[in-house]
Design a binder for this molecule. Structure first.
Ligand SMILES: Cc1ncc(COP(=O)(O)O)c(C=O)c1O
Length: 417
């Protein structure tokens, strides 16, 4: 091997996408991919939601459709709808909100990090431990000057949220204007969300310590199956932390990185938005223009096609209702697979406790399998999951759940750690 061009050492493959490439290359007939947070139907195939299919047909038949640029900030009609979906109609219409279309949820996180690093200049960004594998990378690339600090979130011994430690860390290590990343619902990878009382306690610390909140909302509709319920945390924070006329009683601001990848099955179309919410007496004109500047420099214009699909579905009452049913279909199937996996593991007498697989929410399960067990499942059984033991329940179906349960059971019984 020759030397590298410039100071650019070769990096290992991305954790999740590297594993997905391994799955594609694996020719074993029984291989099972439990990696991607992307819905699969009962045959293990990607699912085009019927509401999305119908919207596509309408768009294809529209004689006025074209492929012109959408504009730097994206489609205003889409942004109005997206904002209402997560913030609720009242706040979306009345409050001080600056919205911009993004390259899905990742793009929204990235844009938030770039913007906040330039204009809020926080000392730190506080990130849950554990969290979505990309949060740290996004901040490292978009905001290298901001120190990253993890706050405890998950206790593997009790398989529950380390809430007292989480609050203590936020309380003792944060400075005013630090950014706190909170996942709005269906936490990736743990599948454990705070209770409403716990959310209220976090809000209280944020208010007292003057923290800037960055909500990451990638799974609205997947926690409870109901989009309104799943927006509760975001709506509670916007209602209680930004409304006071007294700056001492409120936080500096809040933003929401919103993804439509999962709840519309549009992973590859890159549909998302970033909403910045400020107290009512604070102008967001500068914010909107600065966000647009970053967008212009990075990709100039966001993608049009997926946005039009979401806009078509959410603006038509009939299609919107159909979409809610599609969400139910997805979340019901995931719930059923949770139950089946747990039941089979228990019926096989697999050592350990498996009720968490059924009680966790969202797309994933944090199984508690060790890195060694995960490696063995890959090598011997061609079953793929993240080294943390996180599985995407979407990858399970009637055709493979027995094989997965039996394989896990054998590996656990073999006593591997
Ligand atoms: C917590 C979280 N945030 C954001 C994203 C971003 O997804 P996308 O860029 O596809 O919208 C994901 C995807 O897995 C996620 O799990």
């Amino acid at each position: 091997m020759g030397s590298q061009l410039l100071d650019a050492p070769a990096l290992p493959a991305d954790l999740a996408f590297g594993l997905l490439a391994e799955v594609s290359a694996d020719q074993h007939p029984q291989k099972v991919s439990l990696i991607a947070g992307a819905y699969r139907d009962e045959n293990g195939k990607p699912w085009i939601l019927p509401s999305v299919k119908e919207a596509k047909q309408r768009l294809a038949a529209d004689p006025t459709a074209h492929h012109e640029y959408l504009g730097i900030a994206g489609s205003p009609a889409f942004l109005d709808i997206a904002r209402s979906l997560i913030l609720g109609t009242e706040v979306a219409e009345r409050s001080n909100v600056a919205s911009i279309q993004t390259v899905s949820g990742t793009g929204a996180n990235h844009l938030a990090a770039s913007f906040l690093a330039r204009h809020l200049k926080p000392q730190q960004v506080l990130i849950p431990d554990p969290t979505w594998v990309n949060h740290k990378t996004v901040w490292e690339v978009a905001a290298p000057a901001v120190a990253q600090k993890e706050y405890p979130y998950y206790d593997p011994d009790t398989r529950s949220i380390k809430f007292a430690d989480m609050i203590a860390t936020l309380e003792t290590t944060s400075q005013p204007n630090d950014v706190v990343i909170l996942q709005a619902c269906a936490h990736n990878p743990t599948s454990l969300d705070l209770s409403r009382d716990q959310w209220k306690s976090v809000a209280e610390v944020a208010r007292r310590k003057k923290l800037f909140i960055l909500f990451d909302s990638a799974y609205q509709g997947f926690a409870t199956g109901d989009v309104e319920n799943d927006a509760w945390s975001v709506r509670y924070f916007t209602a209680h932390l930004l409304s006071s006329p007294d700056p001492d009683q409120r936080i500096p601001g809040l933003c929401v990185a919103q993804s439509f990848s999962k709840n519309f099955g549009l992973n590859g179309e890159r549909v998302g938005a970033l909403h910045v919410v400020a107290p009512p007496d604070v102008s967001l004109e500068g914010t909107h223009s600065q966000l647009s500047l970053i967008a212009r420099a990075e990709y100039s214009n966001p993608p049009r096609f997926g946005t039009q699909i979401v806009q078509t579905v959410l603006s038509d009452p009939g299609l919107r209702q159909q979409w809610q049913q599609n969400l139910n279909t997805m979340s019901d199937r995931i719930r059923s697979m949770r139950k089946q996996l747990r039941a089979r593991l228990e019926a096989l007498g697999t050592p350990g406790e498996w009720s968490h697989i059924d009680s966790q929410i969202g797309m994933f399960s944090y199984t508690g399998l060790s890195a060694g067990q995960v490696a063995r499942l890959k090598q011997e059984y061609h079953i793929y999951m993240l080294p943390s033991g996180r599985v995407s329940i979407c990858g399970l179906n009637e055709g493979n759940v027995d094989y997965v349960a039996e394989s896990i059971s054998e590996v656990v019984k073999a006593g591997l750690t």
